[in-house]
Ligand binder design. Structure first.
Ligand code: 48F
Length: 271
């Protein structure tokens, strides 16, 4: 057998090109490859939906790798163990409702199972804007993260999506763009981003789930982004809320994708 560098290069370019072309129009575009985005992507892909996830960094996984302050263990509360079990992530009881898992096992398994379920993961790509028609989000605007890091003036490409999920964590990057550039109000009390509050783990975990919803027509928030958008506190290195939020947003989206209008409604329109 002869190994040929030309074939290696052609194989990579050919396969990636097809993956990109195949995902220029998707059911759901997920922005951010942390635990919330990955769990959402897993359930949507497993249900047969076409889903692409964009992650700015080279390594997917967001804030889960480092556990708490780089002690690479995470805490997950009893109510979220079902998600760990679904992925086959091992966990151990600690005290009361607190359980632990190895953060490296947890995040690498989320990534691997999501990819195997059919989630198309595009790393090294940043979402810098959205597509709007005229006051609804209908896709994302992409560029290589390296273009941004190098400060190059290069125009982006765009992907149409029936729904977009902001799973960018504390940064709420997609919601920020929508607030600034798309006509209309967010579905928050003030109509704008409420902003993350200081740490209160128990309240933050339940609010993360409550705040996981459509925040603007066509745009959902999940994970820490949901709390930062709706003004909830941060929670620290407990990850059940992230896992459950990813699952909840996938449930909401599966329902929304099935409705004839392709529109998600949870207690009325998100305006
Ligand atoms: O921060 P991140 O892990 O978000 P999450 O899924 O989980 C939050 C927890 O990690 C932790 C916490 C609770 O336990 O508070 O922080 O809500 O993952 C967000 C990912 O989004 C990427 C970013 O690099 C990170 O990996 N990201 C952010 N902005 C963009 C982006 C963007 N504009 N385009 C692409 N990726």
């Amino acid at each position: 057998m002869e190994i040929d560098e030309r074939i290696i290069s052609r194989a990579i370019v050919d396969r990636f090109y097809r993956k990109l072309l195949d995902h220029l129009e998707v059911d759901v575009a997920i922005v951010g490859g942390g635990p919330a985005g990955l769990v959402a992507g897993y359930y949507l892909a497993r249900a047969g939906r076409k889903v692409a996830l964009y992650e700015r960094k080279l390594s997917v996984g967001g804030g889960m790798w480092g556990g708490g302050m780089m002690f690479n263990e995470i805490v997950v509360q009893s109510t979220a163990l079902g998600v760990l079990d679904e992925f086959g992530i091992r966990h151990r009881p600690y005290e009361g409702a607190h359980h632990t898992a190895d953060s490296v096992e947890a995040i690498s398994t989320l990534i691997s199972r999501a990819a195997q379920a059919g989630l198309a993961v595009f790393n090294c790509i940043s979402v810098e804007d959205v597509l709007m028609r005229p006051d609804r989000v209908v896709g994302v605007v992409l560029n290589w993260s390296a273009v941004d890091i190098a400060g190059l003036h290069v125009d982006p490409l765009a992907v149409r999506a029936r729904f977009v999920v902001d799973a960018t964590g504390h940064a709420t990057e997609v919601v920020k763009v929508v607030q600034k550039k798309v006509p209309g109000r967010l579905a928050t009390p003030s109509g704008a981003i409420e902003g993350e509050k200081s740490m209160w783990s128990e309240r933050a975990e339940s609010l993360t789930l409550e705040n996981t919803r459509e925040v603007f027509p066509g745009l959902f928030v999940a994970g820490m982004s949901a709390n930062a958008t709706f003004g909830g506190p941060r929670m620290g290195a407990i990850f059940g809320g992230m896992l459950l939020s990813g699952k909840k947003v996938s449930d909401l989206l599966l329902r929304a994708l099935e409705s004839p209008a392709g529109d998600a409604r949870e207690g009325g329109p998100a305006r």
